[in-house]
Design a protein around this ligand. Structure first.
Ligand code: NDP
Length: 442
């Protein structure tokens, strides 16, 4: 793949120097500049184009894509991929049109995503067995609760999933309500899966959940069979998948009989819409009964997904003895306590942080002076070990063999890279663990 370096041709649309597109589409005719790609991106995200944008969706149904020739009076398919494109974008200034698929190709080219995945992606990740089941999960998994919804940066989301998989992260976790708006994280991830991961579906474990409020009326919340199965169908549509690997009941429902909720999970498995059923936020007191109800239906729970971190050790007592006894794995979510267990809050709340984000679930009040004092002491210990606090916090979660995977979130590729690098560090010693206990207890 060549990039333009010398004698840079002009962007076909605005006439400025072209930057990052090569013969992938149509040789020199395909030249396009970053500004025009950004404008196209705005359209692709179905957002209002920026005020000074020179693009709009054309009303001219005879318009042809300037790159691949899609659309147009001939109605022919794309010269490159053969698909018929029904969306063309008009650059009003020239005017010229480009189809959405060609814009995606331009973006792939610019971000280096057009070349497939790293061949050595299984070289260094550790895979842990989920309880006593046959399913293995990577020591670090990536969740889409934040930073994948309709208001997030879709391009970074695309790069994050791509990089995560290159680093051996084979498990992506979703829920019906992740966004905002609810459902949009599944939409975005689905779009990315369809575009880049088609050939790799069998290398991935995709999970989703239902259990929190999703649609109005009595059938869009909690744990009825009516809600769970309808929600799973909706999730599959958004994700563009025939099945998910793991379907979770997202939280206990005090009113629906556990038997009915477990019947819904078993049905999802029997219908081939999920490979495994699972629960999330279930205390140990329900695990044995839930497992028994599923086993009676010929299947079994694969994991309980619970919040577990240095700042939230409840599951050691309330969950893990029970999951261990029943053969379930533990998926530890919020292992960084939503970012608190990183170096970012040591001296305040940075603008680029979840605590500063009005859409985020971490409240700024959580960053107290007492907590900061603890975090600073933990950070010193991490620095002594030659690592970041985030890395030490992840190693700490994974020190317990009952934990199958630490399910992280990330704002960008750099955070994923930093977190995966934790797996290469020396294990925490007993003395270091004792010092951490002292800080946490103090
Ligand atoms: P984490 O505790 O890993 O927090 C992730 C956040 O921490 C990032 O978004 C980022 O926030 C910050 N961060 C991550 N790495 C670094 C780093 N190296 N340096 C500095 N900051 C970093 O997990 P989440 O709270 O995101 O939860 C993870 C997943 O768990 C979710 O996506 C979801 O799949 C699942 N989950 C499940 C729940 C359930 O009820 N079952 C509930 C909640 C989560 P910032 O924006 O500040 O940079």
């Amino acid at each position: 793949m060549s990039k333009y370096h010398d004698e840079t041709p002009k962007c076909s649309f605005c006439g400025r120097p072209a930057t990052a597109v090569d013969e992938l589409i149509r040789g020199d005719e395909a030249a396009i500049c970053d500004v025009c790609v950004d404008a196209c991106r705005a359209i692709l995200r179905a957002q209002e184009p920026p005020g000074d944008s020179k693009v709009a969706v054309t009303e001219d149904h005879d318009a042809e894509c300037a790159f691949c020739g899609a659309g147009g009076a001939s109605g022919g398919g794309c010269g490159g991929c053969g698909h018929h494109h029904d969306e063309v974008l008009l650059f009003a200034a020239l005017p010229a049109v480009i189809c959405a698929d060609c814009v995606e190709l331009c973006l792939d080219e610019r971000d280096g995503l057009g070349e497939g995945f790293a061949e050595d992606r299984y070289g260094s990740m550790e895979y842990r067995r989920c309880g006593r089941t046959g399913l293995k999960l990577p020591a670090l998994s990536l969740g889409a609760w934040h930073n994948f919804g309709g208001r997030a940066d879709f391009d970074e989301a695309r790069r994050m999933l791509h990089r995560a998989f290159d680093l051996g992260i084979t498990h992506f976790d979703l829920a019906n309500n992740y966004g905002p708006p609810p459902g949009s994280a599944e939409d975005s991830v689905g779009r990315i899966l369809v575009r880049y991961f088609g050939e790799h579906r069998d290398e991935l474990v995709i999970s989703t959940k239902a259990g929190y409020g999703m649609w109005p009326g009595p059938y869009g919340d909690f744990g009825s069979k009516k809600y769970l199965l309808a929600s799973l169908d909706q999730s599959l549509l958004r994700l563009g998948l025939d099945y998910v690997d793991v379907f979770y009941h997202h939280r206990p429902d005090p009113d629906t009989p556990l038997d009915e909720t477990m019947e819904a999970l078993a049905l999802a498995v029997q219908q081939g819409k999920a490979l495994y059923g699972a629960v999330s936020n279930y205390g140990g007191d329900r695990i044995g009964e839930a497992q028994g109800l599923l086993r009676a239906r010929g299947t079994a729970l694969v994991t309980d997904q619970v919040a577990y971190s240095m700042l939230n050790r409840g599951p050691e007592r309330d969950v893990m003895p029970y999951t261990e006894a029943e053969g379930l794995g533990v998926v530890a979510f919020c292992p960084l306590a939503q970012g608190l267990l990183t170096s970012k809050y040591l001296d305040g709340i940075p603008a680029e942080s979840r605590a500063a984000d009005p859409d985020g679930f971490l409240r700024s009040e959580a960053v107290t002076p007492e907590l900061q004092a603890k975090l600073r002491r933990l950070n010193e210990l991490a620095l002594e070990r030659g690592q970041t606090l985030a890395q030490m916090a992840l190693q700490w979660v994974l020190r317990d063999p009952r934990v199958t995977t630490a399910l992280i979130g990330a704002r960008n590729v750099a955070q994923i890279e930093e977190n995966v690098a934790a797996l290469a560090a020396a294990a925490l010693t007993d003395e270091e663990l004792a010092r951490i206990d002292t800080v946490l207890g103090g």
